[in-house]
Design a protein around this ligand. Structure first.
Ligand code: IPM
Ligand code: MG
Length: 378
């Protein structure tokens, strides 16, 4: 530690579409938090996704994955866009995500969903269903059908056929279930393990391992839930859930569904963690909002930066062990919302009279920074 200031190294990956705008906004918030809490962040920027395809012909260069490996954390905006959206192209923006997740061993994806009371009307669900919603989806991120062997349909004659496979090994399942149980212990101590054990062999193994390992977390109440009924319960009675743990593809689908509860995809953060620890003893991780690159509003200062700002708060918590700064950033986001600041995705255009102030990406970040600075003395 030079000069008493803790330094963290973070790789920023702005990516495509609104990615650069939301990452720039979140960087300002992190730097402002650093000033108040006595740390600095050394940022390195790399290209990934469509931007990297344009510049280098690949979604992410192997040397840039190594740059990420050498950092304490990665803050990513979003990748993809209509220019690179052909799903059968050999080079696709999402390959950057898989290279980072798989290549850096980031097997645990945490997607918390909380409903800010002032945003209840932004959700399509009835307000009474949203009361007390506070759940965490823990998605396995480096296994299953995403990484299993596949056979594309483009070769051969006759009827076209394609094959995807969904492999899971016992260690892969055990570690994610244990991590989810540990998270449940810091929350309301309820774990819902989601599978399709009435059909899938991997799910039957999953369920068996959860039962075998239950004794390791006796204070956590465990429920098994089939994925189809879980999908239904998430909109019927979302407040019943605390921690949901599930395999990669189910987690992908259920987390988008759960995101609807919060009123806008733009609100939600995520963290992807593995085993690696940072030089300061934090957990190495990748942080990104749940939303995509939203090409229709890119470059217009319209995107909601809160998902990325809250992802940066998760980075402060998990990778930097700065629970104080993380809580301050989360508090500042809540204060800004309470004060009536809204990006367009959260505004109700039919109600001009609601006392809310609709602002762009930059001004929303400024509102969060001002709230942070008002509550944390210099
Ligand atoms: C996500 C996204 C990705 C996924 C896509 C972009 C490949 O939907 O992070 O949830 O399916 O994992
Ligand atoms: Mg998804």
């Amino acid at each position: 530690m030079e000069g008493g200031l803790q330094r963290y190294r973070v790789v920023a990956i702005p990516g495509d579409g609104v990615g650069p705008e939301v990452v720039a906004a979140a960087r300002r918030v992190v730097d402002a938090a650093g000033e108040r809490f006595g740390f600095t962040v050394e940022w390195t920027e790399i290209l990934a996704g469509g931007a990297a395809i344009d510049a280098y012909g690949v979604a992410i260069r192997p040397e840039d994955v190594e740059v990420c490996r050498g950092a304490d954390a990665i803050l990513l905006g979003a990748v993809g866009g209509p220019r690179w959206s052909d799903p059968s192209a050999p080079v696709r923006p999402e390959q950057a995500l898989f290279a980072l997740r798989g290549g850096l061993g980031l097997w645990a994806n945490l997607r918390p969903v909380k409903v800010h009371p002032a945003l209840v009307s932004s959700s399509p669900l009835r307000p009474e269903l949203l009361k007390d919603v506070d759940l965490l989806v823990v998605r396995e991120l480096t296994g299953g059908v995403y990484f299993g062997e596949r056979q594309e349909a483009d070769q051969g004659r006759g009827e076209r056929r394609a094959v995807d496979t969904m492999p899971y090994g016992e260690d892969e399942i055990r570690r994610i279930v244990l991590l989810a149980a540990a998270m449940a212990l810091t929350r309301r101590r309820h774990l819902t393990s989601v599978d399709k054990a009435n059909v899938l062999a991997t799910s039957r193994l999953w369920r068996r391992l959860v039962d075998e390992d239950r004794f390791r977390f006796p204070d956590v109440e465990v429920t098994h839930q089939l994925v189809d009924s879980c999908a239904m319960l998430l909109v019927k009675d979302p407040a019943r859930f605390d921690v949901i743990v599930t395999e990669n593809l189910f987690g992908d689908i259920l987390s988008d569904e759960a995101a609807v509860l919060a009123g806008s995809l733009g609100m939600l953060p995520s963290a992807s963690l593995g085993e690696d620890v940072t030089a300061q003893g934090g957990r190495f991780g990748l942080y990104e909002p749940i939303h995509g690159s939203a090409p229709d509003i890119a470059g217009q200062d319209k995107a909601n930066p809160i998902g990325t700002i809250l992802s940066a708060a998760m980075m402060l918590f998990h990778s930097m062990h700065r629970a104080d700064a993380a809580a301050a950033v989360e508090g500042a986001v809540a204060t800004a919302i309470d004060a009536g600041w809204r990006t367009a995705d959260l505004a109700d255009p039919s109600n001009q009279d609601d006392g809310l102030v609709v602002v762009g990406t930059t001004a929303m970040a400024t509102a969060v920074i001002e709230a942070l600075e008002a509550t944390v003395p210099a």
